[in-house]
Design a protein around this ligand. Structure first.
Ligand SMILES: Cc1cc2nc3c(=O)[nH]c(=O)nc-3n(C[C@H](O)[C@H](O)[C@H](O)COP(=O)(O)O)c2cc1C
Ligand code: SF4
Length: 571
């Protein structure tokens, strides 16, 4: 084996040395950019320069699926095979590419020209089937595809209002187009307590990241604590299968997010923020860097408050807030035991407010309009605008902005779902997966349910991160369940036993279900595993990993009987 030239490495990672352990992920990204993968000698040099134990460096490399400890191709194709892409021919696309390049999924050509991988959701569901080719998002790829020639996905934005998405759909909004941070300037004329009050009960803003936690309460508790350092973190990890709303906001309207973070920082008295963006969105990073530079040049960021970007490396669990902190701190993304909650002890052990991208985008709106005006949209318990990520069997997949309270039927009519006027093929609705992989299925019985936190909760459906994945009557949901099972088994961090074992057992049973070879007792086993994970897992991943399967068992018990034939073509 030829010796590795380490001379370009030191200058590339030197700037991360002052960050200490927290510089590990950025340093590994920089190293991988030079060598294409992370050979032992490179890992050892990173460990030496950053003064991190080598075993920890290896642990981090192993944990994140976008770090490679073996040679990979100079070109890297990641084909999404999660449900939304699978509906649109992702398996056929992958087959075609395997044949074309002569490799199996996960394989590399002998001459190291190319590596081809099956990938979890890439956040491109409205453009299915999609792939990430090196740093480019390739969208709506036909099965006989020849070359990839796009890079940044188009933003398809629809709905009845444009409160949050007014700047979306026309390319990136520069500071010149965005204008002054007028909401932030208005916030500065208010006391921090008043800003929090406006965000809290007055506006009733509820977090959009999935946990539906009231934003003002979070801010209030972080503000109360005396500390030498507090942090604002923007959670842009967006890895829930079916979710792509944050991608569009980040790409098209980065200043709205930065303004939201500035308002949050002022409210809780923080001088440092992080945007943690998933590694599968590399094409967004330069957009954010440019927006941060513009905001600094205009004086909105700088001494009083500044923001650093951190890029993840392929781990769904790092969307969980405490796992995300661990990742910024340069560790594997293991969730922490709570309490303490982030507002008391978060990033680097300091009081931290972490908010989702969409949540932050509501802040300029609330502060500039005032909460009374903001509340004119939506319902008492779910005020304001909401973004829904509509994908699957609809004529117009895309991002829909509507007031909270429209019904599922109204949303599907806009999107051209099954049995609606826009849909000409006459196919009927089979199911809607709400909330993503961690969500639950709805049927045509739920068409008149209002899309609010409270109405969905009342019928046992999670709003989650706004996923509305639509399946028509021709779809076999066993295939969908099988893919969700694989997803969770792959993404479980393994820290706690119920989820580590449960996601594996669940995947095995869902595989048998899809293959039509359920054995006696599988239905009971699936329920048992599901309830155990839900009740006893450490974090939200394990607690929701069985949610879709359990909801399917309730709605279609007949498919969980052994001896059922399956139409699913196995892979
Ligand atoms: C497995 C898992 C993945 C998550 N992924 C995300 C994510 O990608 N983006 C996000 O904003 N929240 C995600 N969350 C929720 C966060 O833990 C946290 O509640 C959220 O960022 C808080 O922001 P909000 O109050 O503005 O909703 C995830 C939670 C779990 C359990
Ligand atoms: S529930 Fe799953 S993802 Fe969460 S800590 Fe346990 S093993 Fe890790």
């Amino acid at each position: 084996m030829s010796e590795i030239d380490l001379s370009p490495l030191k200058p590339a990672i030197q700037s991360f040395v002052p960050l200490g352990r927290s510089g590990l992920l950025p340093a590994l990204h920089a190293a991988q950019k030079i060598y294409g993968w992370l050979p032992q000698e490179v890992a050892a040099e990173v460990a030496r320069v950053l003064r991190v134990p080598l075993a920890d460096v290896h642990g981090v490399i192993e944990f994140y699926s976008l770090f490679y400890n073996g040679p990979v191709g100079r070109k890297f194709i990641r084909v999404c095979t999660d449900p939304a892409c699978a509906l649109k021919g992702a398996d056929e696309l992958l087959d075609h590419l395997c044949k074309h390049y002569g490799v199996e999924p996960g394989g590399t050509t002998p001459d190291l020209t190319l590596t081809l991988e099956r990938s979890p959701c890439l956040g491109l569901c409205e453009h299915a089937p999609a792939a990430l080719v090196d740093n480019c998002a390739e969208t709506n790829i036909s099965p006989d595809y020849r070359s990839f020639d796009t890079c940044t996905p188009r933003s398809l934005v629809y709905g009845t209002i444009r409160e949050l998405t007014g700047n979306c759909g026309n390319g990136t909004t520069t500071l010149e187009k965005y204008g002054e941070y007028t909401a932030y300037q208005k916030a500065l004329t208010m006391t921090p307590d008043d800003v929090i009050a406006e965000t809290d009960k007055a506006s009733g803003l509820v977090g959009r990241g999935g946990a539906a936690f009231p934003t003002g309460i979070k801010w209030g508790s972080a503000a109360k604590i005396e500390a030498d350092q507090k942090y604002i973190v923007c959670n842009a990890d967006e890895s829930e299968p079916g979710t792509f709303k944050d991608r569009i906001l980040l790409l098209d309207d980065p200043h709205r997010i930065i303004e939201g973070m500035c308002i949050a920082a002022y409210a809780i008295n923080s001088n440092k923020g992080y945007i943690y963006i998933r590694g599968e969105y590399p094409y967004i990073v330069p957009v954010l860097e440019n927006a941060l530079d513009e905001a600094r040049a205009a004086g909105y960021l700088g001494e009083h408050f500044d923001i650093e970007i951190r890029v993840g490396a392929g781990a769904y669990i790092c969307g969980e807030e405490t796992a995300l902190f661990e990742s910024i701190e340069g560790k594997r993304g293991f969730p922490r035991v709570k309490p303490p909650f982030p507002t008391t002890s978060g990033l680097f052990g300091k009081p931290t407010v972490i908010n989702n991208v969409e949540t932050l985008c509501n802040l300029p709106l609330i502060i500039s309009k005032g909460s009374a005006e903001y509340r004119k949209l939506g319902t008492e318990m779910s005020p304001g605008p909401k973004l829904f990520c509509v994908s699957g069997d609809v004529e117009k997949p895309g991002l829909y902005e509507v007031p909270f309270g429209v019904t599922l039927r109204e949303l599907l009519e806009m999107a051209g779902g099954p049995s609606t006027a826009l849909r000409t093929d006459g196919k009927k609705l089979k199911a809607v997966l709400f909330g993503g992989a961690a969500g639950a299925f709805a049927t045509s019985e739920h068409l008149d349910v209002k899309l609010t936190f409270e109405d969905l909760r009342a019928v046992g459906l999670p709003l989650g991160s706004g996923v509305v994945m639509v399946f028509d009557e021709t779809r076999d949901l066993r295939d969908v369940l099988k893919r969700l099972g694989k997803f969770f088994a792959h993404e479980s961090c393994g820290k706690c036993y119920p989820c580590q074992m449960g996601t594996q057992r669940q995947m095995e049973i869902l595989d048998r279900l899809a293959e039509g070879r359920l054995i006696e007792g599988d239905a009971a086993r699936l329920q048992d595993v599901g309830w155990t994970m839900t009740e006893s897992s450490l974090c939200g991943l394990g607690q929701t990993a069985a949610s879709a399967a359990l909801s399917a068992m309730k709605l279609w018990p007949e498919i969980f009987v052994e001896g059922q034939r399956s139409k699913v073509t196995e892979r």
